[in-house]
Design a binder for this molecule. Structure first.
Ligand SMILES: [Zn+2]
Ligand SMILES: [Zn+2]
Ligand SMILES: [Zn+2]
Length: 257
């Protein structure tokens, strides 16, 4: 399997509108340090899965009739806003696997256009091409799912947005032994543990509990980038900070574009 980080940013990703911090100033002049809405493309054989649809230019990224199957973690705007530009297109329907969230986002359910929403059930695996996908609950301000995706010897767990993990998810992941774990790490260490997103402290505690072979931090805000600039060297071995455009081959190695 190959995972490409299309975006690695939170809603406070650099460059944050109006922010004059060092990280945001740099991001305005250096596109390589920008972070777009957190999302990833996972490929195995001919099958492609797009995790989350927060990018506003999805129609430019994927041609009509060749759109990947979508897996939505949840219906917050930074994870679904790109769908609003796609739905009135022409051609084949686009399957969108999603949490059973009766509210969805704005009028997406009422006017789905090309989108074919398919609510999934937690811990109920389903096949997509050569991959098996298992949804699991996370802890966030809206019903949110992480996804475990398996193909051959590769096991990738993608966990955004979350603050720590529900006990059943933690136990599942311990048994499942991901080779690659991609996890929400929105904030630098906080004095009070955050309720809706991991800070560095919570993220590293999850990684220590689950013991993946390797882990990547994503859903990153400008304050975390500033903290990482000063303290990134202190991250444990085999814990990496994801960058937009980076990709990983699992179980083989990590390559940077
Ligand atoms: Zn800033
Ligand atoms: Zn969210
Ligand atoms: Zn988010």
């Amino acid at each position: 399997m190959r995972l490409s980080f299309l975006g690695t940013g939170s809603t406070s990703a650099p460059p944050l509108y109006g922010c004059a911090c060092e990280i945001c100033v740099e991001a305005r002049s250096n596109p390589q340090t920008r972070r777009r809405p957190a999302s990833a493309l996972i490929e195995a054989g001919e099958t492609r899965l797009l995790i989350d649809a927060g990018l506003m230019d999805l129609a430019k990224c994927f041609s009509a009739g060749d759109f990947p199957t979508i897996l939505l973690t949840h219906f917050h705007p930074d994870h679904v806003q790109g769908l609003f530009h796609l739905r009135w297109g022409l051609g084949r329907q686009i399957p969108v696997y999603c949490p059973p969230d009766s509210e969805g986002c704005a009028d997406l359910y009422k006017n789905p256009g090309l989108l074919e929403f398919k609510p999934v059930r937690i811990f109920d695996p389903f096949p997509l091409g050569p991959m098996t996908v298992t949804p699991m609950p996370l802890i966030h301000s809206k019903i949110t799912l992480g996804y475990c995706i398996e193909s051959g010897d590769s096991r990738i767990a993608y966990l955004t947005d979350t603050a720590w993990l529900p006990r059943n998810t933690e136990e599942f992941l311990r048994d499942w032994q991901p080779s690659a774990l991609v996890i929400d790490c929105s904030l630098p260490p906080q004095i009070t543990p955050p309720k809706n997103h991991n800070d560095v402290t919570l993220t590293l505690a999850v990684i220590a509990a689950v013991q993946p072979q390797r882990a990547w931090l994503t859903h990153i805000g400008h304050e975390l980038d500033a903290w990482l600039k000063a303290n990134g060297h202190a991250l444990p071995p085999r814990v990496f900070v994801a960058r937009d455009g980076e990709f990983i081959h699992d179980p083989l190695n990590i390559l940077a574009e």
